[in-house]
Design a binder for this molecule. Structure first.
Ligand SMILES: CC[C@H](C(=O)O)C(=O)SCCNC(=O)CCNC(=O)[C@H](O)C(C)(C)COP(=O)(O)OP(=O)(O)OC[C@H]1O[C@@H](n2cnc3c(N)ncnc32)[C@H](O)[C@@H]1OP(=O)(O)O
Ligand SMILES: [Co+2]
Length: 136
């Protein structure tokens, strides 16, 4: 399985609203999407377009959010994961497992409306990696 396009960098934040201000006023972001809730994945999401990828701002939807633990350790938020595109999520899961990596859960629909999975950071040098099926 070849390394695919970097679809987005996930950035955890305690406040999407505050993060939008920083990305816009300090870093010059111009294409900022409308925040939306993704309760099935326990997050609120806002995509910020960069020329060749996106920033995915993620805020806990509730206390059970999978990023709640991360924000306890990093109260100001920070870089949470990176997401690479794959042509076939099931083939990607099989390839990861065949190489001994831990895939977290089953493929589920992510913020772009396509199937995603996560590979445990212990298998990826400490960086949480998301794989997202994309046919773009
Ligand atoms: C899905 C919608 C959207 C999209 O793009 O479509 C998203 O991307 S939403 C993103 C939020 N969802 C997830 O992250 C789901 C997958 N994540 C998980 O299942 C957990 O966060 C997990 C298992 C990676 C970590 O679990 P937890 O937060 O409970 O922390 P632990 O103490 O169990 O962590 C174990 C170990 O991993 C290290 N860790 C935790 N989070 C990260 C991280 N983001 N990046 C790197 N490392 C991470 C943590 O420090 C622990 O390390 P250790 O050395 O054992 O102390
Ligand atoms: Co993501």
């Amino acid at each position: 399985m070849a390394l695919g396009r970097l679809n987005h960098v996930g950035v955890a934040t305690p406040s999407i609203a505050a993060s939008i201000e920083m990305w816009r006023d300090l870093l010059g972001a111009e294409a900022i999407g409308e925040p939306f809730d993704l309760p099935a994945q326990g997050v609120k999401v806002c995509f910020i377009d960069a020329p060749n990828t996106q920033i995915e701002l993620i805020e806990p939807y509730d206390e059970a959010s999978p990023i709640a633990g991360f924000l306890k350790k990093n109260p100001a938020g920070g870089q949470h994961h990176v997401c690479f595109e794959v042509p076939d999520i099931h083939a990607a899961v099989a390839a990861m497992k065949a190489k001994g990596a831990t895939v977290l859960g089953e493929p589920r629909i992510g913020a772009h409306g396509t199937p995603i999975v996560f590979v445990h950071p212990r298998d990826t040098g400490g960086m949480l990696v998301e794989l997202m099926e994309s046919h773009a």
